[in-house]
Ligand binder design. Structure first.
Ligand SMILES: *Cc1c(COP(=O)(O)O)cnc(C)c1O
Length: 387
């Protein structure tokens, strides 16, 4: 008997326990984890510092409501603003909520200026969430089927195409919303020069730039935020997935110029930024620093990419290595479902990004030895799947 609503095509596997970058199933079989709960388990499983912080916070106070000052929330907002150059942070519980808040803030910003701008341009193949507005923002038709009418005010342009973007801007355009590195859409990287030009276009037209770093943020690409690779500062930045290391928390950050468009009563969240989730996020950020995980991601990503490149020579069906840091994709010219299944049988968890890309999102602190063991399995799985 299973009364869970049927929204996920789950793999036939029950994970019961994790330690670092190893997870164990209900039969006690061990797997190397290159999925990390879809870029959520930033520090792997059961990291002692996170376990201790969460347990301690549970014994102190889990929740108290935003009716009262929450010192941990202030600390986290200050930390995120110091890291990102933003002016203020709003807290929620997920990526979709962070993007929903970003869309509301962008509209309110122009409402306050008495400008009738509300449209948001996003990229084809983007993914921004599953609420009605973030679904409308998402540039993939397959996830929208059956949910009409979706909220109006969104249009989509090809990624990395400045001419198309320029052509899509109207006098109703409020913002351009992009992932600096598309995760769900196939592990597609924005060119640094494209992002810099988008910033310039926004400035010329008085538009807001919203960067969705729900998947690419929090050290995932080897810098705290993927936008640092291009040096582009957005007006609004959204985070979630890896921020709490497994404890649900999302954040929408905005510059000092834009954030005042939200005032008491304009937006809120019951759970958002409660003491537990903020304590977890602070511990994740602290541990990234104390364990020098950004440097680790940079060097180990190099290592992974070199080994993945060699698969292109070795296997006809392997086409390309994509991504940055620990958000990597191996693109095939065939369906990758058999590879993912074979990896699982051999003791490695990977996921897809579209039908022809194997995606890898290991914890930021995975060891080189486990990376190598994992890639040995991936190599074997490709061989087994297509011979
Ligand atoms: C996962 C994801 C979201 C949605 O996050 P949820 O927490 O599932 O709502 C939004 N944007 C990007 C880029 C994502 O990868």
């Amino acid at each position: 008997m299973n009364h869970v609503m049927n929204t996920y095509a789950s793999y036939p596997l029950t994970l019961t326990r994790g330690a670092g970058s190893r997870v164990f199933d209900s039969d006690g079989k061990v797997y190397i984890d290159f999925v990390g709960g879809i870029a959520v388990n930033t520090l792997g499983h059961a990291h002692p510092a996170l376990v201790k912080a969460i347990a301690d916070q549970a014994g102190t106070m889990l929740h108290c409501s935003n009716l009262y000052h929450i010192p941990l929330q202030i600390q986290l907002a200050n930390k995120l603003c110091a890291l990102s150059g933003m002016g203020a942070a709003f807290f929620c519980n997920s990526g979709a909520e962070a993007n929903e808040a970003a869309i509301k803030l962008a509209r309110k910003f122009f409402y306050d200026k008495k400008e009738n701008r509300f449209e948001i341009i996003t990229a084809i193949q983007s993914f921004h969430g599953r609420t009605m507005h973030t679904l409308a923002a998402t540039g993939q038709e397959k996830v929208k089927i059956g949910f009409s009418p979706l909220p109006a005010g969104f249009s989509h342009v090809p990624y990395n195409d400045l001419d198309a973007l320029n052509a899509a801007i109207t006098d109703r355009t409020a913002a351009i919303m992009l992932e600096p590195l598309q995760g769900e859409g196939g592990v597609n990287l924005a060119n640094a020069e494209y992002l810099r030009q988008v910033r310039t276009i926004c400035d010329q037209h008085g538009l807001l730039l919203i960067l969705d770093e729900v998947q690419s943020g929090i050290g995932r690409t080897g810098s705290m935020f993927a936008s640092e690779h291009s040096g582009v500062r957005p007006d609004i930045l959204t985070l979630a997935k890896g921020l709490g290391g497994g404890v649900p928390i999302g954040s929408m950050l905005a510059t000092e110029r834009v954030s005042p468009a939200f005032s008491p009563g304009t937006h809120g969240s019951t759970f958002g930024g409660n003491p537990l989730s903020c304590r977890a996020a602070l511990t994740v950020l602290e541990t990234i620093e104390t364990e020098s995980l950004l440097l680790h991601v940079q060097s180990q990503s190099q290592h992974m990419q070199l080994r993945l490149q060699s698969f292109i020579e070795q296997f006809d069906m392997v086409q390309q290595v994509r991504g940055q840091g620990f958000l990597l994709g191996l693109a095939f010219n065939v369906d990758v479902a058999p590879v993912i299944t074979r990896c699982r049988e051999l003791g490695l968890l990977v996921l897809s990004a579209g039908p022809q890309v194997v995606r890898m999102l290991p914890a930021l602190n995975i060891s080189q030895q486990l990376i190598d063991e994992g890639l040995d399995i991936l190599q074997q799985a490709i061989e087994d799947s297509f011979s």
